[in-house]
Design a protein around this ligand. Structure first.
Ligand SMILES: Nc1ncnc2c1ncn2[C@@H]1O[C@H](COP(=O)(O)OP(=O)(O)O)[C@@H](O)[C@H]1O
Ligand SMILES: [Mg+2]
Length: 237
């Protein structure tokens, strides 16, 4: 098996005195779409914040391409190849769609520039029709697409999407799902947080089930599909 791009090893995260993650561990390999699947409050967003440097673990190891992330500042972690789309998707409302994309532009860790404006507009044709529109005027779904596109403009090694379909209309959820599949086909490595098992089954290649701050199951999406017990035990369906 190829080396992992991202590893989280035995991470304990606290908010004040309360422990939220208990020895959280999993790894993501190049080209995988790894879903962190779990109920509301399970610790998915906290795991993302731990990786991104916003909720640093007290101990344990987090590495990207072999480089230690624990203890580094969020902007350094972004430079080391982590592209993070948080739950509360944020655009710069007074800037145009194209300016929002340009704000996210940077070279990747190996100076790579796979994602350019042209490439983004090919993969996100809807955004191409709105280049000059103020981002604040976009719908929630369009803003979600823009946030994902802006993060890709940073040419990350791993794209982290925290519940990208949350609160969006079913038709938009479908198009976000299609987008993730397209990105997977392009070889983008993705870490996805989700509560919705059916959404995961459609887009992910691998799954880690998170329950009460712990990783309680690791498998491929096919293994999950064949294991109804697991989903009934840990997920609200
Ligand atoms: N800033 C915070 N301070 C204290 N507790 C928090 C904070 N953020 C989240 N929590 C708690 O941490 C647990 C995990 O939350 P979270 O990681 O957001 O779960 P998920 O993303 O899986 O819904 C929950 O019990 C939540 O109430
Ligand atoms: Mg969350």
């Amino acid at each position: 098996m190829s080396d992992a791009i991202l590893t989280v090893g035995n991470a304990n995260v606290f908010y004040g005195d309360s422990q939220i993650l208990f020895g959280m561990s999993f790894s993501v390999h190049k080209g995988q779409v790894m879903a962190l699947l779990g109920r509301n409050g399970a610790g998915k967003s906290t795991t993302f914040k731990a990786i991104a440097g916003l909720a640093p673990p007290r101990n344990g190891a987090i590495t990207v391409s072999g480089q230690q992330l624990r203890g580094r500042a969020p902007y350094t972690i972004a430079r080391l190849g982590i592209g993070y789309v948080p739950e509360d998707r944020q655009v710069f409302p007074d800037h145009t769609v194209q300016d929002n994309l340009m704000i996210g532009a940077k070279r990747g860790t190996d100076r790579r520039m796979q994602w350019t404006l042209d490439r983004i507009y090919e993969v996100f044709p809807l955004l191409a029709t709105m280049k000059t529109r103020r981002a604040g005027l976009l719908s929630g779904g369009e803003q979600q697409l823009l946030t994902i596109a802006r993060t890709l403009m940073g040419n990350p090694d791993v794209l982290m999407l925290d519940e990208p379909s949350e609160g969006l209309a079913p038709i938009i959820v479908q198009s976000i799902g299609k987008l993730i599949v397209t990105l997977k086909e392009l070889g983008v490595t993705i870490l996805l947080a989700e509560q919705n098992m059916h959404f995961c089954l459609g887009v992910a290649s691998h799954v880690t089930i998170v329950d009460r701050g712990r990783a309680v199951y690791h498998g491929t999406i096919e293994q999950l599909r064949a294991n109804q017990d697991i989903s009934q035990r840990y997920l609200a369906l």
